[in-house]
Design a protein around this ligand. Structure first.
Ligand SMILES: *[C@@H]1O[C@H](CO)[C@@H](O)[C@H](O)[C@H]1NC(C)=O
Length: 386
């Protein structure tokens, strides 16, 4: 090939490879002093969203204060990368964002990749309020993706959310990996990742410790894959609560693989309200799981009825079927390590236990079944009550 042709191809390659980058500092964001940088972040987003080719937003090292901000689409391109070397801090006065539902939101976006970064919501003040009196704002979710698709979040740390850390709601094709999520074990409602009304969501290689569920899976979730997650402290990985509404989308095709639960309230749980609903949970696999001193390592609870309001004495309408527990080992912090408390109207069916071995104080733990049908294979200890 002639030299000039080679150079031309090289030039073309470099031009295409060097997508433009918007640095939030160039939009007026100021690190490490108490100034509010919200507007700079929103303006950087507006520029990125207007661009017709792939673009990046860059957040350099430093601590940037931001109030509730929304990154909204649809955008003119579907390839926006946000690279964060710094920390985003919520205002230390929790009231500033606590009534707005969310702190940082992506809405109606397609093709957004977030790399790195620390989100510190400084939720302590709101937790103290919630733990001491009853009338406190419900608090803001730290990071929400809603009605979006083709999202990747990689290497992000979320600290001390007021409410949920990360919510994926109404989304398709989301990959979250290498996340670190942390809040105090006694912080109320600080779920790590909540997924609802979404399909094809993958959560990999993450460490989650919170005061509520490490991962909670709400109605309308399908094709969810969770692998290599360490959970604790917290309430475990929970499908539910389901069946709060009479008309509700079901949960289908959920896999939890290679997870460790340490000193958590639950391990793998399916939880439904004890009242009528057309919801369901089916095709669920919990596999290759280690339990370390977990209060309820394996649990299906279909009689959830907080404060005994609106449901006592009723049966859950949520149909639970085709749930497999395979290769689950470790220790229970209570005598009953395996509990299937299903709906008497719609018994759980096609529950499979395969190589499950859970002990309590160095002895075999117990299993308890109510309206649960299925089969056991391999070594199952405590022995199956299905
Ligand atoms: C179940 O979900 C996984 C992704 O988690 C997907 O690869 C698989 O095709 C889905 N199975 C069905 C039957 O849809």
């Amino acid at each position: 090939m002639a030299l000039h042709k080679t150079l031309f191809i090289l030039f073309l390659f470099l031009t295409l490879a060097s997508a433009s980058t918007f640095n939030v500092v160039d939009f007026g964001a100021k690190p490490n002093i108490g100034t509010d940088s919200s507007q700079a972040f929103e303006e950087a987003w507006a520029s990125a969203c207007r661009a017709t080719t792939a673009v990046s937003i860059y957040v350099p090292k430093g601590r940037f204060y931001v109030k509730s901000i929304a990154f909204e689409g649809p955008c003119n391109n579907n390839d926006i990368t946000i690279r964060i070397d710094g920390t985003l801090l919520a205002p230390s006065n929790y009231a500033v964002i606590a009534n707005s539902g969310n702190w940082i939101t992506f809405k109606r976006v397609d093709g957004v990749n977030v790399f790195g970064g620390v989100l510190d919501a400084q939720g302590f003040g709101l937790w103290a309020c919630k733990n001491s009196k009853s009338s406190c704002p419900s608090g803001a979710t730290s990071l929400e993706f809603s009605n979006s698709k083709n999202i990747m979040v990689s290497g992000l740390t979320s600290l001390n959310s007021q409410m949920f850390h990360i919510v994926i709601n109404g989304c398709q094709n989301v990959k979250a990996q290498g996340l670190k999520i942390s809040a105090a074990g006694n912080s109320p409602n600080t779920d790590g990742i909540h997924v609802a009304l979404s399909s094809t969501v993958t959560i990999l290689n993450s460490i989650i410790g919170t005061g509520d569920d490490c991962i909670s899976i709400g109605p309308g979730t399908s094709n969810l894959w969770i692998e290599n997650v360490a959970c604790g402290p917290g309430h475990g990985i929970s499908i539910g609560s389901l069946g709060r509404e009479v008309q509700e989308d079901g949960v289908e095709n959920v896999t939890v693989k290679s997870a460790t639960f340490t000193n958590t309230q639950n391990g793998v749980r399916i939880k439904t309200w004890g009242k009528p609903s057309n919801g369901f949970a089916r095709s669920v696999i919990f596999q290759d799981i280690v339990m370390v001193n977990v209060e309820n390592p394996i649990i299906i609870d279909q009689n959830y009825c907080p404060d005994n309001k609106g449901c006592p004495g009723q049966d859950s309408g949520v149909k639970i079927s085709d749930v497999t527990y395979r290769n689950i080992h470790g220790t229970s912090a209570t005598q009953v390590a395996m509990k299937f408390d299903c709906s008497s109207k719609f018994p759980c069916n096609d529950i499979t236990l395969e190589d499950v071995e859970l002990s309590y104080k160095n002895e075999a733990a117990e299993a308890s079944c109510s309206h649960a049908e299925g089969s056991a294979a391999g070594l199952v200890q405590p022995s199956s009550c299905l």
